[in-house]
Design a protein around this ligand. Structure first.
Ligand SMILES: Cc1cc2nc3c(=O)[nH]c(=O)nc-3n(C[C@H](O)[C@H](O)[C@H](O)COP(=O)(O)OP(=O)(O)OC[C@H]3O[C@@H](n4cnc5c(N)ncnc54)[C@H](O)[C@@H]3O)c2cc1C
Length: 412
């Protein structure tokens, strides 16, 4: 790689000006390489030169942005030889040709002007996609109802304009779901606002994904939000659909992205689907065993005191609870790792917890710190979990499980 070499002597010479009243030279007080243009210097009534500070500031403005050039010396400008200074360098444009995955960022941008919230959504999308033009990174597609001003500056690699988004929410959600499917989007982000938030929820339902609403912290590895009236923090790997809370994530403040316009027509696929697409407005039944622990309202959990895991799953299902486990059980491979409750597993926001054969180690209890109703079954009267429980059953879990199942089957 060839690098430009600076010649410090010629730069030094370039900064010298004739000293007043002598034939010698002195260093110019302004340390920039560039001489002050004549347009910036006016002569005052006393005959002394005066600088116009406004013009000087205007010279430092970075074209197309509201910020000033950070390097005010001008030395970093392309020095092409003996201290010569050329015009300001062109800003590097980030072009992502074939990203590994896509992140869709839905913005409202009324009148084509992105709101601060829209900018934050793009900032979050950029965090999930990575800086771009790097192996293993993603690309960001900005999706809006009308063309958005300065999409590249917001961090968008592609731009899709879907006028249907401004109309009927059912058709809009279908168009967005088709778009997400078309690009196999890994993430779909929207601002948590009445309209965009509603659209995100409808789209997530069509994609059969659960929506992570009001994310407050976003990184490539995890997202977080507050739960339980702000007492708890829920963290997890970034899900497919999420909305971003206002003023929670910084807007993209880095490189200029390509914002290449893509033509996409969702009309064909949505027109047929929109008529009569609502089959039911009632709650949809879901297998509790597939609900993430962080979203569960009631968790039935097994510890080392449980030996019959088929019976345990049967009981959890009959109780309508989401199955959980202690670390010992997960370590033994008897339950999947994502079922681990505790400090190094999932911290629950559930209202109820049913612990079978769990000792109540501090790391486990941290996971249920916010749970109001705890029922514990343990053979040891002095177990910490028995102490924590509002209802304790000192008995063998293997005997309690079938007994409970029998009672449930009998409808009691
Ligand atoms: C850094 C670190 C992080 C950790 N993070 C977590 C975490 O996130 N989650 C977690 O769970 N653990 C975590 N642990 C492990 C934790 O310290 C305990 O080892 C673990 O929680 C114990 O699991 P347990 O209660 O199922 O098993 P045990 O400690 O073996 O307790 C079994 C309990 O079952 C009772 N019992 C036995 N037989 C029966 C029966 N027939 N019927 C009813 N009860 C019976 C016993 O009296 C006992 O109370 C962590 C540890 C470390 C060091």
């Amino acid at each position: 790689m060839s690098r430009l070499r600076r010649d410090p002597r010629s730069e030094w010479q370039a900064r010298r000006v004739p000293a007043a009243g002598s034939s010698a030279t002195r260093l110019r007080y302004a340390l920039g390489v560039e001489a002050i243009p004549a347009t910036e210097v006016a002569v005052g009534p006393t005959g002394r030169p005066r600088r116009d500070p406004r013009t000087a500031v205007a010279r430092l403005a970075v074209p197309g942005t509201a910020r000033l050039r950070l390097d005010r010396s001008g030395l970093s400008r392309s020095v092409t030889g003996a201290g010569a200074v050329s015009a300001a360098p062109q800003e590097k444009l980030v072009i992502v040709e074939a990203p590994d995955f896509w992140v869709l960022a839905l913005v409202e941008a009324p009148g084509g002007q992105p709101t601060p919230h829209d900018r934050q959504v793009l900032g979050a999308a950029r965090l999930l996609a990575g800086p771009g033009a790097r192996e293993g990174g993603g690309g960001v597609i900005l999706v809006s109802a009308e063309p958005v001003t300065g999409a590249g500056r917001l961090g968008a690699d592609r731009v899709v304009t879907l006028p249907v988004l401004a109309g009927d929410p059912v058709a809009a959600a279908e168009a967005l779901a088709v778009l997400a499917g078309h690009f196999s989007a890994r993430h779909l982000l929207a601002p948590e606002s009445p309209l965009a938030g509603d659209l995100a929820r409808r789209t997530a339902a069509l994609l059969e994904e659960s929506l992570f609403a009001e994310a407050e912290l976003v990184s490539a590895d995890q997202v977080a939000r507050r739960r339980g009236a702000g007492r708890l923090e829920e963290r997890r790997r970034p899900p497919r659909c999420l909305t971003i809370g206002l003023d929670r994530v910084a807007m993209h403040g880095g490189s200029l992205h390509e914002a290449r316009e893509l033509a996409f027509s969702a009309s064909a696929s949505t027109a047929s689907a929109s008529a009569g697409s609502i089959l039911s407005i009632g709650p949809v039944e879901r297998d509790a065993a597939t609900v993430p622990l962080a979203e569960a309202e009631f968790v039935v959990s097994a510890g080392n005191g449980v030996t019959d895991f088929d019976l345990f799953r049967q009981l959890a299902s009959a109780l309508g609870g989401v199955p959980g486990a202690s670390r010992v059980v997960c370590d033994a491979g008897l339950m999947p790792r994502d079922r681990q409750v505790g400090a190094s597993g999932t911290v629950l926001t559930a209202a109820g917890y049913f612990a079978l054969g769990i000792a109540g180690a501090p790391q486990h209890l941290q996971g249920i710190a916010g749970v109001e109703h705890v029922v514990a079954v343990n053979t040891d009267l002095h177990a910490k979990m028995i102490e924590r429980a509002s209802l304790a059953v000192v008995a063998d879990a293997q005997a309690v499980m079938p007994a409970l199942l029998a009672l449930l089957e009998a409808g009691e």
